[in-house]
Design a protein around this ligand. Structure first.
Ligand code: NAP
Length: 550
């Protein structure tokens, strides 16, 4: 009997939970699937618990019209197996949601993951059970909606950063007699907007993708905008077979190069300062980037995200484009943002600004006077009722912490995660929380996560966790938990580097400002992907420095 078997067998003998595994993984998105694959490789038993009836995580839920990734598909994909990246064929530069979901399903089949993934299995509580006399070390017990518990020595949360939809706090939402859809929880069957009057609330990334598509189908679309947003055209295109072939020939090299980049992405990152560039050259560079398209625009100059004056130059260029494209000056004015570009996440669109030139699209500014309430016929704002057949809520997510906090997680001595994080998330390296032994978070707050290229960021975390589990197993260690001091130091570092970036200086979901009452804290780690990986590796190399092993 190996160490793994003996650990599980002991726990079963203790009657802990209905079923017992070495590792319980929550979520069958890109994090959960890769974690399962790695866990098998190190010889541990694992189960993935997934509330949906399919794999794919965020790409399972976000099926709204126009949903697409704005990181190029060549980079927004797994890199852990060269055979996989060589055999899979992306059709477009930016992949659509259905194509990414097909990819997720392909991965599940290719690595025979499904037999250890339990679908329609929602975790409603997770608690750490201290080790009894027979076992010595503790374990996790997860409660499943509808009954039953699953136990595991370790628990890995692959629950995503943007996985709990943010329902707007607008009175009367339940009173509306038409159809209501949230972009983050879209139906599986096609929603038919043909001939309908549609109202859309929100103008973030999801709305900016959905609005042009809905507008072409609906009889009429009214957009309620609280904060105008910056968006850059995607300039999406099919992948040129010759270009793709060349990329595949040096895929490994490109992946290695990406790991050295601040956001883990190969970007056309300028080393010039906007302030030290002539106006003519600056404009030419902004134009060049606008024509190429995508979030790369923000890297036009190296000071755009560090200096307000440089930022204003980039922002003013986009404002000029809005004034140029949107024909009605009043609509253009409402659509024009005046805040820091790139502070809220920069959006990428196809035909967003031109959509407001359509006769069947109206814009309502709810920045000064919010939506009053939802009524059975539609939306009441500015003292009048806008009548709709369907309402689209593109109101985002309770990002980064929302899903974990709703899961009723309790650590040592029954400590609720909700209490531990009452003033904002606290953890060590974005990976583990003091007081919650043997629990890991993949791309948790305090890690580069949403500021990085998500799939490689997931791979870096999962590799680290898997190496850690292998180490613990080899050494016969049953418990791992960050020490408070290491956690505090890490949180302080996350705060200090966050402060230095303009990104932390506005109201966005990065700081929890989109959810009323959420503590304001810049949640992701902005100190760069390579620096982050270096710190994680160093902790591991020093025998998991900053952690207490028992
Ligand atoms: P979001 O960026 O948080 O946008 C939500 C929108 O709803 C905002 O315009 C917000 O206004 C508005 N809103 C919220 N509550 C409201 C209320 N009560 N009344 C009026 N307006 C209200 O959410 P998202 O668009 O779903 O995007 C979230 C993140 O998901 C993105 O930033 C991105 O990271 C990811 N995403 C990526 C892609 C992609 O790869 N292309 C696509 C979609 C999403 P305020 O700004 O005033 O709060």
């Amino acid at each position: 009997m190996n160490q793994t078997e003996s650990r599980s067998a002991k726990a079963r003998a203790n009657g802990a939970g209905d079923e017992r595994f070495d590792v319980i993984i929550v979520g069958a998105g890109f994090a959960g699937m890769y974690m399962l694959h790695k866990t098998r490789q190190i010889g541990l038993s694992a189960i993935v618990l997934e509330k949906a009836d399919g794999v794919g995580g965020t790409w399972y839920w976000n099926r709204y019209p126009g949903a697409r990734c704005d990181v190029d598909s060549i980079q927004y994909s797994y890199s852990f197996d060269d055979d996989l990246q060589q055999e899979w064929e992306w059709s477009e530069f930016y992949a659509t949601q259905p194509e990414i979901l097909r990819y997720a399903n392909h991965v599940a089949d290719r690595y025979d993951l499904r037999k250890d993934i339990r679908l329609n299995c929602k975790v409603i509580a997770a608690r750490f059970v201290e080790g009894g006399a027979g076992e010595g070390t503790g374990h996790w017990e997860l409660e499943i909606e509808g009954g039953g518990t699953v136990s595991g020595t370790f628990c890995v949360m692959g629950t995503g950063c943007l996985s709990t939809p943010n329902e707007p706090k607008i009175e009367g939402l339940g009173d509306f007699k038409g159809e209501v859809y949230h972009t983050g929880h879209w139906p599986h069957e096609k929603v038919n907007f043909a001939g309908k009057r549609v109202g859309a609330i929100g103008t973030g990334s999801s709305a900016i993708q959905a609005i042009p598509e809905i507008a072409t189908e609906a009889a009429h679309l009214t957009v309620f905008q609280r904060t105008p947003n910056y968006t850059i055209p995607a300039q999406n295109r099919p992948l040129d077979p010759k270009e793709y072939e060349e990329i595949k020939a040096r895929y490994g090299e490109l992946r290695a190069e990406a790991k050295k980049q601040p956001n883990g992405l190969i970007y056309d990152r300028s080393s010039r300062s906007a302030l030290e560039t002539s106006e003519e050259e600056r404009r030419a560079e902004f134009e060049r980037r606008w024509a190429i398209g995508g979030t790369n625009f923000i890297a036009s100059f190296n000071d755009v995200m560090m200096n307000t004056e440089a930022n204003e130059m980039a922002a003013e260029f986009v404002r000029g484009k809005i004034r140029e494209i949107v024909k009605d000056p009043k609509t253009a004015e409402i659509l024009t943002p005046h805040n820091i570009i790139g502070c809220k996440r920069l959006c990428v669109d196809t035909d967003y600004w031109t959509t407001y030139n359509r006769d069947n699209v109206d814009l309502v500014d709810v920045s000064k006077e919010p939506v009053e309430r939802i009524v059975p016929e539609g939306v009441k704002a500015h003292g009048k009722v806008f009548e709709f057949d369907a309402l689209v809520l593109a109101t985002g997510f309770d990002a980064m912490t929302g899903t974990l906090l709703r899961m009723n997680i309790r650590g040592r001595d029954g400590l609720p995660l909700k209490d531990k994080w009452a003033e904002g998330p606290r953890n060590y390296l974005g990976l583990a929380v003091a007081g919650f032994p043997n629990m890991f978070t993949v791309t948790g707050p305090g890690s580069p996560s949403v500021l990085a290229n998500m799939i490689p960021a997931i791979e870096q975390h999962v590799d680290w966790i898997a190496d850690c589990l292998a180490y613990l197993t080899e050494k016969g260690v049953g418990e791992i938990e960050p020490v408070e001091e290491a956690e505090s130091e890490w949180m302080e570092h996350v705060r200090v580097v966050g402060e230095a970036s303009l990104r932390s200086h506005c109201d966005s979901w990065y700081v929890g400002a989109n959810v009323p009452g959420k503590p304001r804290i810049f949640m992701p780690y902005i100190g760069s992907v390579p620096e982050y990986a270096r710190r994680c590796n160093e902790a591991a190399r020093k025998g998991y420095e900053g952690f207490r092993l028992a």
